[in-house]
Design a protein around this ligand. Sequence first.
Ligand code: XCC
Ligand code: SF4
Length: 647
Amino acid sequence: MPKTQNHIHTQRISLDQDFEVLYEKACEAGIETAFSRAKQTPVPCPFGSAGVCCRHCLEGPCRIGLNGKGPQEGICGANGDTIVARNLLTMMIEGAAGHAEHGRETALALLEASEGNSDYQIKGVEKLYQVAAGLGIETSGKAVEDIGKQVALKALEDFQKQTGVMNWLALHAQQQSIHKWNELGITPVNIHLEISKAVTRTTMGCDADPINLLLGCLTMGLVDGFGGLHLSSDLQDILFGVPKLVKSNFRLGVIKKEMVNIAVHGHVPLLSEKIVEWSRKLSGEAKAVGAAGINVVGICCSGNEVLMRHGIPAASSFSSQELVIVTGMLEAMIVDVQCIMPGIQKVAECYHTEVITTLPYVKIAGSTHVDFHTDKADKAAQDIVRKAIANFPKRDHQKINSFTGTVEAYAGFSNEQIIEALSALNREDPLKPLLDAIASGAIRGVAAIVGCTNVREFQDWGNVTVAKELLKNNVLVVATGCSAHSLAKHNLMNMQGLEYCGESLRGVLKAVGQAAGLESLPPTLHMGSCVDNSRPADLLTAVANRLGVEVKDLPAVGSCPETHSPKALVIGTYFLANGVDVHVGVNPQVSGSQFVTDVLCNGVKDDGLNLEKLFGGKLIYEKDPVKAAAILLRRIEEKRLALGLSS
Ligand code: XCC
Ligand code: SF4
């Protein structure tokens, strides 16, 4: 397979045959999708790709000539290093802002639920107590709602406070790390302040020191990690409950011909939770129009959220989202925020599918809009589900493509679930079996495969290949986001995939799984959505604390083989700030500055900023997933050696 990869890449779009079929069908019908649009612009703009195009003021746009040829400064005198670093920071801001908004909306939802004027209740009481205790909130003798309100106010404080350290950073970070970040002056104070400051520093005539701009990127990484990921996951667990082991299905066979099919797409689970609830309650109405019931399927991280908590099956990751409509069996695609291709509307117009947007600041021209508020969530969800039901009789049966194949997958691996599974082996010290396995070398290290699928990449190939290479070499693999979707589809989250694991890893997975009442743990553990990258981070922190070392010392790596999103870049930066090596398989658009490339990837010798020296990890940009896995394995072995673990 690797030898023919390039050939496949130009001929095909996905490792998933079903999407190949739908892509051909779309092409034949003259329906444009992201895949066909990508083929129309086969070569991305070389200046943008190198990060040297600046549009920060009306004197420009300016661009730096590539390979030293042509102008080397913009009109204002900004050089290539500054422009590249500034553009990188702009991407970080976009990513962090998205996750921070996610966190803020969830915090408001918790506040409203606590005050009793909302359609939501607190379901994760145990998590609430745990988070409250971590924040130093007195809980004894207080009502759950009262504690919920205090926690929500603490979260909102992270968007307002003008001095000190973000509450959620203090809650989750290691002391040594905070100390390091303080010394570098990169510790965020509050989320909005840092985002606003970062936007300011990227504007024309402000920060023109590439080192300082890169430090600004790290601050955004911390804002994202603590104010976006951890804050969102914690509060979602409080509102909706902590995920537990679930079994579900992937691939297009999850769309059922006889059912009213509703796809939930986007990120914040406030909406999708209610859609799941009302789809169950209104199934009688679906029967009245001749359907067998209502079937909710997931796309992107909304899909991951309802998979983790309700076992809702998953239909598609990011890059193939439009093709789900081409099945001709989708009555509605309900979206909230992030990663929603505007292209879905045009595709939907070729079918009976209704695209329904739900947030006042995320609309798509031509789509239906139903405003979604937490105090009227039930009403909105009912309206939306009823719209889907009403569309069922409008199907064009000539245009239907149904698929029968599904792949079983386990998910729901919150840290709480992992600890519970491990504690079947050791009640007093649940982490010990994991630590022993790492120490003995039965598990060489831990890798988180995260991020997206990307229309310009051969879908699933990078994610699956990196995972298989690491599994073969006895690395414990966890996954989130659309990467998890790739792995699940290709049997890496069911027992069939155990054959890809090295013998000693397989032994550990079986021992833990059997103690917990399963045949084995699956080869890779689904830890949730992209904001749930907080979960592997927490797992690493727990392991490091238990060993009395720093996260940077652990044989742990992150890999983002097929990303498309600035969110993935900023998540990666959060892990870099914690000293974890991060692989990215897609051009991070910094090659226009040798300096920036060196700081991120190679280490700068005599300068003030050397990521690896300062934090302990670096960015690894490698397109070839097999080579990337080899580099990650090398890094794992280096860290094992430094820790004095068996070779
Ligand atoms: Fe978006 Fe989260 Fe990427 Fe998937 S993985 S394409 S960001 S949905 Ni986060
Ligand atoms: Fe050109 Fe400077 Fe304006 Fe950027 S900020 S567009 S480099 S003049």
